[in-house]
Design a binder for this molecule. Structure first.
Ligand SMILES: Nc1ncnc2c1ncn2[C@@H]1O[C@H](COP(=O)(O)OP(=O)(O)OP(=O)(O)O)[C@@H](O)[C@H]1O
Ligand SMILES: [Mg+2]
Length: 1050
């Protein structure tokens, strides 16, 4: 099983006299050592320009305290509270909650190399944990610093880190919970509000966590040192007793308080009013009480144990209220109430207790005598009992917690007293410093040897001389103190001082008022001695040294406690203690022994250090009190630390790590070095231009002497990184674009192929369809004459369809357009119907469009057509010429004629030529048609009126001439015979006459000649012959000969 230990150095300050901060103390420090073991500093390199350096080893001016403090200040201002000195973590209390302890932060530090992330307590925790797991070596983390510097907080952070990041099974979870929960309990019983810290640990704590082979925490062990028992009975102004008293009184249930006989007011208790500050704003006793009660259960306390524990706490308060009175020389207790409660709570006999509190047992001549105590003695006996009861109970508590963490119970002892305690603490610090230097040098030397690099002995201030002064057998201060305590006779603090002067008076690190020179004497009291610690000079007042070194609990009080029925107390006060005649070891000797034991433990482990610094005395965030910090830097020996680490080589790194990081800076090593690592590194540094004195090559590591060499390399790497990044980016961009393009291309091809497929399928389908169509067509064609059957139905339908479609396109445009597509056989009838319909439709719509005038015209033309079509040669010529309503207007006709007509309305008038009946002389006349008769007028005369009723007929030739004969009855005397007329508009004229006279059927068209009556039964003949031009003349045979021109149309 491996172990990882966390050591909190009890209130680790060395108190210096005001104004004497031991400025010169470093004169003795013969520096020069070399760097620490795991100086992981690359992260410091990257961030150094931003906020100082992350590792003091990289300070160019490493011997300057001012530079050191300036670096701390810069970082503190930016809330960067952690800085390394090699592997030592320096932590400055921020006095505010920083967002750097989240689960994410824990994850960031988990399993990551020290130098890859910024300094953090988690890095230390993780590094120790990993060293333990990979190297199989026990680890310890030493946390030191003055009160309020943040030791307890640091240890809690480490515990939380392990609780969260270590692997855990269900069983391990209990251990984790108990480890975490032991904190509030120990803090309730062992912490108190002081002037320096509202939650000051008033005991030293050594915590030990065991991990199994999987790296899961499986057990823990706590050793407590130096509980400040004097606080139980006395507190300085502005300070409090241990938290638990206030928590109980504030938070305890009514019932509980009644059982314990307590009132809910700290002011009622003498032990709680000395510091005059029962309430602290930053502390909530009531809620803390709940936390503690719960934690006790988690740790495994049962109800009875809790009850007994609280009985003891309450009894201490009652003890404090025990009042003495009585005569001078023999004190007696003035009130019974406390004794009653005490008897019950402590489980002892009240009167025995009363006696023990007022008497002292003396053994004189083999007889035991009870000697009364005076008032002063009695109260100090009472206080001694309170301290002993509380102190031992605290120890019991620690053991109980240890038992719950399944580990053995350690030896524990306690020392009390202010200055005496400081003496012990400073001694402890001295020992730790010695250990630190030894370990650092040892590991440094080992590393040099392992790497085959010549070890130059490092000069450093060895504080063994001070340790010896304190602890040496017979000659050391502790031995002298013990001797004074034990020797018979009137030993006092003052005789102790004299003895010191006698024995160690010549020691270079020891001074008293008597031995000092004039200047020192001024600042030293007569009861003081001064030690020149490695970190500075400290004056100690010898007052109380003897008493505090002795454990002053009277034997009879011990006897009472041994008889207690309280289970906890019986464990605390052992019966054997009474029978053991040998004096118990003095406090200083016990302390020395356990310190030696601690050193032994620490020596066997690989240490990590956390050095806590308090930035100001007012618990304020953001305040950087330079004087206070310089003082701490000094007493923590940080400059010494740095000097030792920087003495040889500032930086060292395994070849593979160095090469891996910087290989890009040399073309030979980039991208990969194939040969031996050492050769690679050698090539690389030569390429970088390292001078021989700047570095050394060991067996597996390179050692670089100055930070600036490394910075230059690091800067080169920064620049190189950019160009590499650009290259990588370009490469990557090219690659990603290419793959994007490839993807696009393949997608496009896929889409194309798919689309082509679709198109091809469609085309194939169309071809198939076309082929089918053609095949059906051909088949249909073959079977076209057959009855409709599946083979030909398509064809037939197609033919029909195409005929109809063709028809649709080629319908006749007008009624005269007689064109019509030829229908297939099957559609002949339908076609005919359609044609008729179409014609009807055209006619109908034509008719609809016709005006009355046109209709009239058409009617006349129709009649003309009926009469003359194909019968008379000049008819076709007349067709395109419209018939007019009259050829002579009112002004063309003689007014006399019009007058003669009277009311008769003239329907048509036309100029005509009349041929005489006898000589066939042509005479120009006007033919006028009225409603009832046709009138031939000559100038102003109506020459002849033919009533339509008398009009027998009209004759006309079939040739193209304009002659016509109006036949009238020959027996009508009024008439002179038939009238031979010639009109240029013969068709129009005749049609009009026929219509007016309603003689449509009476028009004769004659071939060759026309016979007509001349009057009185005589007959005339007109002969018509076709010729080249119109010629009308009387022929020799007496006939009227008419030659009509031949017309083209015929
Ligand atoms: N890392 C931190 N972040 C925030 N606050 C802190 C931190 N460390 C310490 N503090 C504050 O400082 C106070 C004192 O710290 P802490 O109790 O750890 O001091 P300490 O060194 O243990 O002192 P003592 O020797 O008196 O026990 C804490 O209560 C807390 O308010
Ligand atoms: Mg503390």
């Amino acid at each position: 099983m491996m172990e990882l230990k966390i050591q909190l150095i009890p209130t680790g300050e060395i108190i210096l006299p005001p104004g004497k901060n031991g400025e010169n103390f470093c004169h003795n420090c013969k520096v020069v050592a070399s760097d620490g073991v795991r100086a992981m500093m690359e992260s410091a390199l990257t961030a150094r320009d931003r906020v100082g350096v992350q590792d003091f080893v990289l300070l160019e001016n490493y011997t300057s305290e001012a530079a050191f403090i300036e670096n701390l200040r810069k970082r503190f201002k930016e809330n960067l509270i952690y800085t390394y000195i090699g592997s030592v973590l320096v932590s400055v209390n921020p006095y505010k909650d920083l967002e750097i302890y989240t689960k994410n932060h824990m994850e960031r530090y988990r399993g990551v190399n020290f130098y890859e992330v910024s300094p953090h307590i988690y890095a230390v925790a993780d590094n120790s944990y990993r060293s333990m797991r990979t190297e199989g070596k026990d680890q310890c983390i030493l946390i030191s610093g003055e009160s309020g510097a943040g030791k307890t907080e640091a240890s809690k952070k480490i515990l939380q880190y392990y609780a969260i990041t270590c692997p855990a099974s269900e069983q391990v979870q209990t251990v984790k919970d108990r480890l975490l929960q032991s904190n509030p309990v120990l803090e309730a019983f062992g912490n108190a509000k002081t002037l320096r810290n509202d939650n000051s640990s008033r005991f030293g704590k050594y915590m030990d966590i065991q991990f199994d082979f999987k790296g899961a925490p499986v057990g823990g062990h706590i050793i407590n040192y130096l509980l400040e028992k004097s606080r139980v009975v006395h507190q300085n102004h502005g300070e409090r007793n241990f938290h638990i008293f206030y928590q109980l009184i504030e938070g305890g249930e009514e019932d509980l308080l009644r059982r314990l006989g307590l009132e809910r007011s700290p002011l009622q208790y003498q032990y709680l009013v000395k510091g005059n500050c029962p309430k602290v704003s930053s502390i909530n006793d009531r809620s803390d009480w709940k936390v503690v009660r719960k934690a006790l259960t988690v740790i495994g306390f049962n109800e009875d144990e809790v009850e007994e524990l609280l009985n003891i706490i309450a009894s201490v308060l009652h003890l404090g209220n025990v009042q003495y009175g009585g005569e001078e020389g023999s004190a007696c207790i003035t009130s019974d109430t406390q004794i009653k409660y005490l008897a019950r709570l402590l489980g002892v006999n009240g009167s025995v207790l009363t006696e023990a509190l007022t008497h002292k047992k003396i053994i004189a001549k083999g007889e035991e005598l009870m000697s009364p105590l005076n008032l002063e003695q009695a109260s100090s006996a009472r206080d001694a009992l309170s301290k002993a009861v509380y102190g031992r109970t605290f120890t019991w508590l620690v053991n109980k917690i240890n038992a719950s963490l399944a580990y053995t119970v350690p030896d524990v002892w306690v020392v009390v007293c202010c200055s005496f305690e400081q003496f012990c603490i400073n001694y402890c610090n001295e020992k730790l410093q010695q250990l630190f230097i030894e370990l650092t040098l040892k590991s440094e030397q080992e590393e040099y040897e392992a790497e085959g690099i010549t070890w130059e002995p490092v000069q450093y201030f060895n504080n063994k001389i001070i340790c010896d002064l304190v602890e040496e057998k017979f000659k050391g201060i502790i031995s002298i103190l013990d001797e004074e305590c034990l020797r018979p006779g009137d030993a006092s603090d003052f005789t102790f001082l004299e003895k010191l002067e006698d024995t160690v008076g010549g020691h270079p690190h020891f001074v008293t008022h008597k031995l000092a020179d004039g200047k020192t004497r001024k600042v030293m009291g007569r009861e003081e001695f001064r030690l020149l610690h490695y970190a500075g000079e400290v004056n100690y007042n010898v007052n109380g040294f003897l008493d505090k070194n002795n454990d002053l609990l009277f034997r009879n009080l011990k006897e009472v406690m041994v008889m207690s029925e309280n289970n906890i107390l019986t464990q605390c006060f052992d019966r054997e203690e009474l029978s053991d005649k040998k004096r118990p070891d003095t406090a200083a000797t016990q302390f020395k022994a356990s310190l030696a034991k601690l050193m032994e433990i620490l020596m066997s482990k690989e240490p990590s250090y956390v050095r806590c610094i308090k930035p100001n005395d007012s618990k304020q965030a953001g305040r950087f009190d330079e004087v206070l910090i310089r003082h701490q830097v000094k007493y923590l020996g940080l400059m010494e630390n740095l000097r030792v680490r920087r003495a040889g080589f500032a930086y060292r790194r395994r070849y593979e790590v160095f090469l891996q990081r910087y290989k890009s800076l040399c073309p030979d090593t980039w991208p990969n070095w194939q040969g031996k690592l050492a050769d690679g590194v050698s090539t690389l540094v030569k390429h970088l231009g390292y001078k021989p004195e700047e570095y050394k090559l060991g067996r597996s590591k390179i050692f670089i002497r100055f930070p600036k060499t490394l910075f230059a390399t690091e800067d080169a790497l920064e620049t190189r990184k950019h160009s590499l990044a650009t290259k990588l980016q370009a490469g990557w961009k090219g690659y990603s674009q290419k793959s994007k393009y490839q993807k696009l291309r393949t997608s496009a091809i896929a889409v194309q192929a798919w689309w082509r497929g679709i198109l091809a399928k469609r085309r194939a389908q169309r071809r198939r369809q076309a082929a089918n169509t053609i095949r059906r067509f051909v088949k249909g064609f073959i079977y076209r004459h057959k009855e409709r059957c599946p083979e030909n139905e398509y064809f037939l339908d197609y033919v029909r369809y195409s005929f109809l479609m063709n028809l649709r396109r080629n319908l006749p445009k007008n009624v005269l357009d007689k064109s019509w597509p030829t229908p297939p056989a099957a559609l002949k009838e339908a076609s005919e119907h359609l044609r008729k319909l179409c014609m009807q439709n055209m006619v109908w719509s034509y008719c609809k469009k016709i005006s009355p005038e046109w209709k009239h015209q058409m009617e006349q033309k129709m009649i003309a057509s009926e009469l003359f079509k194909d019968k008379k040669d000049n008819y076709p010529q007349s067709v395109p010429k419209l018939f007019v309503s009259t050829r002579l207007n009112g002004e063309d006709i003689n007014p006399k004629v019009l007058q003669a007509l009277g009311s008769e309305k003239m329907k048509y008038a036309v100029p005509v030529t009349k041929y005489d009946r006898k000589g066939y002389k042509p005479r120009p006349r006007q033919l006028l048609l009225t409603g009832s008769s046709a009138i031939i007028a000559e100038e102003g005369k109506l020459k002849q009126r033919i009533d339509y009723g008398a009009l027998k007929g009209i004759s006309v030739s079939s040739l193209s001439d304009g002659l016509f004969v109006l036949h009238v009855p020959s027996d009508d005397n009024k008439q002179k015979g038939d009238v031979v007329l010639q009109s240029d508009h013969v068709i129009e004229t005749l049609t009009k006459i026929a219509i007016c006279a309603e003689k449509i059927n009476n028009i004769n068209i004659n071939q060759g000649s026309i016979k007509f009556t001349v009057g009185q039964g005589k007959e005339g003949i007109i002969d018509f012959t076709p010729g080249s031009e119109l010629l009308v003349a009387k022929a020799k045979n007496g006939h009227l000969s008419v030659t009509a021109p031949r017309l083209n149309s015929r």
